[in-house]
Design a protein around this ligand. Structure first.
Ligand SMILES: [Zn+2]
Length: 215
C-alpha cells in the first residue's frame, strides 16, 4: 500500500495511574478534618463532656436562689419560732470584695477578718450567709442554731466562724472553682414554702406537724 502522507497511530496512550491517587488522598484528609472539627465542635457546644474540652465557667454574680430559699424559708423561720430574730449580714461576695476582705490585716490596715483567699469562700459562689440577731448580735446559743441549720441541710462555719452558714455537700472550694455545684436543696417540709408564699409566720405547730425535732 502506497504511503498517502497521513499516518494514524493505532497505539492507545496508557491511562495514567498515579495521577488519580493524589486528589483522593487530599479528599480523605479534608473529610477527616471536617469530622474532627464537627465532633469536637459538638462536644464543646453541648458540653457533654469536660474531659476533652473545658469551657470556662462564668463566676456567679449573686446568691444562689435555691440556697437562699433554704435560709429564708427554713433556717430563719425555725430560728424565729425558737425566739431568735436573725438577719443576714453577708451573702454573695464578688472576688474583688473577697480580695479586699482577705487583704484586710494582711496587706491593708485593719484586723484579719477572713481566712479565705479570693475564690476560696462559698460567699464567692452564692452558697453562704453570715447571720446575726437583731437585738442580741452574736451573743447567741450557736449550738442550737447549728442544729436548726443542720435540719435545713446547711452547714456551720464552725467554732472559728460561728455566724457563717453554707451549703457545699462535701465539695471543696477548688471543686466550686472548677465549676462543680452541690445538688439542689429541698425544704424538709412543704408547709415552709406555703408559709413563705403567703407571708404568714411558721409556727411550732407547723414544725410538730412536719415531724421536726425539738431544738
Ligand atoms: Zn461567712
Amino acid at each position: 500500500m502506497p504511503f498517502d502522507g497521513i499516518y494514524i497511530s493505532r497505539e492507545i496512550p496508557p491511562v495514567p495511574t498515579g495521577g488519580q491517587k493524589r486528589p483522593r488522598k487530599y479528599l480523605y484528609i479534608a473529610l477527616a478534618a471536617i469530622l474532627f472539627t464537627s465532633i469536637f465542635g459538638a462536644l464543646y457546644f453541648f458540653e457533654t463532656t469536660t474531659i476533652f474540652v473545658r469551657k470556662p465557667i462564668p463566676l456567679p454574680t449573686e446568691e444562689n436562689q435555691n440556697f437562699l430559699n433554704q435560709v429564708t424559708q427554713c433556717f430563719i423561720p425555725i430560728a424565729t419560732v425558737y425566739g431568735y430574730d436573725l438577719r443576714i449580714t453577708a451573702g454573695f461576695r464578688s472576688i474583688t470584695e473577697q480580695t479586699q476582705i482577705y487583704n484586710s490585716g494582711r496587706t491593708l490596715d485593719g484586723h484579719i477578718v477572713s481566712e479565705a483567699p479570693p475564690g476560696h469562700s462559698l460567699h464567692n459562689y452564692g452558697y453562704a450567709v453570715d447571720v446575726a440577731d437583731r437585738t442580741a448580735g452574736y451573743n447567741l446559743n450557736w449550738t442550737k442554731l447549728v442544729k436548726i441549720a443542720s435540719y435545713c441541710s446547711l452547714e456551720s462555719g464552725g467554732v472559728g466562724d460561728l455566724p457563717h452558714f453554707e451549703y457545699r455537700d462535701g465539695l471543696t472550694t477548688d471543686q466550686f472553682l472548677a465549676g462543680m455545684r452541690p445538688p439542689p436543696l429541698t425544704l424538709p417540709c412543704a408547709v415552709m414554702a406555703s408559709r413563705s408564699a403567703t407571708g404568714t409566720p411558721l409556727t411550732l405547730r407547723d414544725l410538730n406537724a412536719c415531724g421536726a425535732p425539738k431544738f
